[in-house]
Design a protein around this ligand. Sequence first.
Ligand SMILES: Nc1ncnc2c1ncn2[C@@H]1O[C@H](COP(=O)(O)OP(=O)(O)OP(=O)(O)O)[C@@H](O)[C@H]1O
Length: 910
Amino acid sequence: MYVQTKKELLDYIEQCTMDFQTEALHRYSANYISREKNISRNLVSQYLNELVKEGILIKINSRPVYFMHRKSLERLYDVKVTKSLFYSIDELMEMLLRSDYCQKDFGKAIGNQLSLSYSVEQCKAAVRYPPFGLPILIVGSTGTGKSYFARLTYEYAVNNKLIDAASNFYVINCSEFKNDSDKLGRLVFGENQDGEERKGMLEMADGSILFFDEVHNLAPDFQERLFIYMDNGRFQRIGEKDRWRASSARLIFATTKKPEEALLKTLLRRIPFVTQMPDLEERSLNEKEELIIFFLKKEAKRIGREVYFSRQVLNILLNYVYKENVGELENVIRMSCAAAYLNSTDDVKLQIMSYHLPATLLSDIKASVEVEDGKEPLIYLADFQRDVSMDRMTSLFDDLLNTFLKYAENEISFEKFLEAGMEHIYAYYDYIVFERCYSDVKVKAIIKVLSSVFEEITDKYAVVIPANCGFVLSRSIYTITQFYASLELWEKRRLEDLNHCLEWLHSKLPQETAVAAEVSSAIKGNLDLQLNQISEIFLILNIKAYNRKLELNDTLGIIISHGYSTAGSIADTCNQLLHFNIFNAIDMPLDTKVSEIALKLKKYILGHAGYRNILLLVDMGSLEEIGKELEDIPNIKIGIINHISTQLVLEVGSRILQRQPMDKYLEEVCKEVHSSCKIISTERKIPTILFTSELGNEAAERIMKLFQHGFSEKRHINLVLYDYYELLKNQEIAQVFSKYHIVCVVGTLDPGFKDVPFISLDDLVTNKGTAYLEKIFVPYLTKKEIDFLEEKIVENFSLQNVVESLTILNADTLLSFVVNAVKRLQALLKCDLNNKTIIGLYVHICCLVERLVTKAVIEARPGEKEFIRKEKQFVSYVNSAFREIQQHYKIQLPDGEIVFLYEYISHNEE
Ligand SMILES: Nc1ncnc2c1ncn2[C@@H]1O[C@H](COP(=O)(O)OP(=O)(O)OP(=O)(O)O)[C@@H](O)[C@H]1O
């Protein structure tokens, strides 16, 4: 039931659309409606978008966005509005006014824009060809709509004035003349023999269309006679020797056989257009649903009743495989309506339930039809909203790409993009899993292939691809194949954005890309299905999302439970509710030994290196023993919690997301639910060098990069970047030390940790730093490694190199200005600064100039104003020494920086 406000908005839009005027489009914008109805703009927009998703409104994505009532437009223009999203009002108007969309000739055929679009184009081209059109052969299994198409071609020719309105559509069913070719000859060409003189159908159809159905029954001599007519438009009546007659009848042929089996090569050569009608099973579910509704409406009209049907009926009709295609579907619906009609005592309503369907359908229900008759209210045919799946899908895809564009334009961060992107993906998954009903057989086949693909890839790359991913991905792949043609159109329109997005993802998430590529090629190999670009984007984001959360919170949660799929389903439910993939699952058959599980677990944990905490959630006391078997995995903390339930897992999950320490939440949660837990710590903190700089993280990172050259790929020492000012906060220091074993700090200013050595940048530049390298690194590196580090530091930490790596400005020019400024300052101050101070000043000033040039924010120093007032002499020296630099780079030294120089120089002796 709609809330009142939503209903009010819907009524308003319906009213406005009934009086649709392109000159007054403003009435359809959310802003205008919000003012008119005195409802907040946000709420209006939310409800209108919901109504679009429900298929009741259409949306024009122009600026501003407009919303209109679908049914009112359909009534007004007598057309079927087949989509919910338009990119401009012109696109909508073109659709409303273009004859193709109107329900005339081909416009009536379900699928004319999709699975039948090529056939429509061919029939049109054939009949339009001047002067009298070209013959066309329509090929297809029985009931695919060949005769229907032949007739629509005729209607199209009349509607487009290619043939006269008074013309006719003549049909000859060749199977009736299978054994009497002469009779057919006389019927078609006429006769003039034995005193009988009669016009044939070719003559009668002059200016009309002559349709030969089931042409594979035509005898060769008849075919020969016919192709003479096809060559020059002339023929002879049977029995006439000297007289040639002319006709401009256009010919259409149809057959259920292959063309080369149906007709002589010589005749076939004269038919330039051969079109293939698809089997019903090859067409999309959406089209199948449209056909069902179309035929139900046809019957409702015929019997003059209001038709209602159950969801079960629709599902069975959708899932049944009709060997005789559309024709059989139409028959089935007619028979079902007839059965319901016979049972019915109501003069107004007709209710179709599953037991009204023909027995063949009921006995052949392979599909898992989840909803039973009577469990849901019946669907009223006249209110049935056609499934706007395609629009729903593309609008979700659009949302995803638009969010990406926001990221590309720096409006949101990468994390935010991933988060929002996943929201769109979850919405899409909800839709395909909960709202669509699929033929189980096909989807199951895809799931089967995917699960083996995933298993292999999970092992190979040590990534997490949870059980439900295969489930939704298989449905997604199936959906995409169902909507292939329309998706192609959408992809074409957004090709540039798709490419842009993929390029970004490839460069930002190379590992996820590699895994996705592997999945994609396995799908291609196994299912012969090429994933399209949007699916690739989905896959990369999925892999990232499922693996990202684990990285973020440092905790790998593993549920181990007895039974066939208990652990899996608890993990899936909790991950979905938490919107994060925290938990993985190991299901263990009842007869599995703890040691077997431990082995599996160990392999799994080692494959997911990088987690500091492993949380095992088990269902039986005996499993607590598992922890012991894992004690030899270094540097992890293993928490084990017993007697789990979904609620307990959820509670733990939300605390993990709040980044609470494991010891704390385990203790609290266990107390609450009277469960037991224990923690085994195998932690050996990794030795770490901390890089930090009061000049900012960027400077620290550049120093770290220079340092990195001194280590081989497989170093046993961590290099970690840390914000200087955060480091000074007490709590942060505590965290840093609890997390890392800090070997030394490297940076531009000593943060002053008592027990940790500090290597300053100027020490490194003046090569002093290398003197204590050995002292610091002996416990962690071999002699050879220390020598290598020293060599690389000498090589990389030349002043030129440091300045080059610290700034984007031309290092030569900048350095020469800075050297001069520092020299002049020393002269003015009449002091000799020591080497260390000079290098420190060089580095600091170079970075400062860059920050001023790039207009980075420089924080004020406390008491700076007072200093400037008091130390006038020093300020004037600095300004004089730095005049050239300020003029050249058009910058002004901030007061706080003058204070810094003063303090830095004051510490010269130290
Ligand atoms: N695209 C369509 N939209 C709506 N109705 C259709 C469509 N295709 C076929 N039909 C209907 O399905 C029924 C079967 O179609 P039709 O008789 O043209 O099939 P056919 O291929 O000629 O079959 P056969 O080979 O048995 O002669 C017809 O009633 C036709 O109106």
